[in-house]
Design a protein around this ligand. Sequence first.
Ligand SMILES: Nc1ncnc2c1ncn2[C@@H]1O[C@H](COP(=O)(O)OP(=O)(O)O)[C@@H](O)[C@H]1O
Ligand SMILES: [Mg+2]
Length: 303
Amino acid sequence: MKNITLSVHNLKKVIRGKEIIKGISFELKQGEVFGFLGPNGAGKTTTIRMLVGLIKPTSGSIHIGGYNIVDHFEPAMRNLGCIVENPELYPYLSGYDNLLHFARMLEAIGEERIKEVTELVGLTDRIHDKVKTYSLGMRQRLGIAQALLGSPKVLILDEPTNGLDPAGIREMREFIRFLAEKEDLSVLVSSHLLSEIQLLCDRVAIITKGSIIRTDSVETLLANRERVVWRFQPFERGKQVLSSVTSIEETEDGTILTEFHETQTPEWNKMLVEAGVSVMEMNRKLPVLEDLFLELTGGNKIE
Ligand SMILES: Nc1ncnc2c1ncn2[C@@H]1O[C@H](COP(=O)(O)OP(=O)(O)O)[C@@H](O)[C@H]1O
Ligand SMILES: [Mg+2]
């Protein structure tokens, strides 16, 4: 079994009399990318600020690398790299000098490690240029290089793709996966974007209004959730045929949704044709977390 690198137990945060985080628990395993998914205001950043020691939990416990962050703050933080909101960088210094500056604040980080993290984040060619000439994606990667200087076991990124263009988002996603695999890092990534988490993460915790409503592997969350979009004529006759064999859902644009089954779906198609219905479209629809989220929250829309 993989090591647990970060564990959170019954964590709560009350701010000015209001319970913002309502007793959440989850664990990260070594080498996995764990998604923290929830709409704006759900409590992702507040949780992350507690994990990285920026604010104090009201109650509950956090262990990083086996150390309780209250009793053993220093060793716990040595196991952690993070970027909360935006990386803190000096725009008028080169990437290299930024790293050098942060390396001096840590123990025993030599030039060798600076070179290593620079290569890891793919900035070797540009590392001596001033940070103000970097693209947003490059700044993010430099921020991650900085977070990795101390060889942490856990990396925490709060909405790392915010503000990036689609190409930048894809690059960041591939990069985070690469890091988890190459460095055997646990990465906690928060996001309000379902598609993002779906493509990036091994497991996901869905958070809304300060509570985690479900934690599972992305695979499990999406299993048996494939649908088929049907378009046919005559409509009423087709509906009759399909609803006699499976449950159907009518959409606003005049199509019908059913479940997808490897063996039964072609049979349904055959039944339609035999009943004199022309099938114009029969489209397998990949599952999205959005549907799941809507179901779990009873229509609480994300984004
Ligand atoms: N310092 C604070 N004082 C009062 N309310 C806060 C504070 N920080 C966060 N909140 C509230 O806590 C909730 C969760 O915020 P946040 O953790 O930033 O959500 P997310 O990162 O998921 O968008 C929001 O309703 C926010 O207004
Ligand atoms: Mg946030």
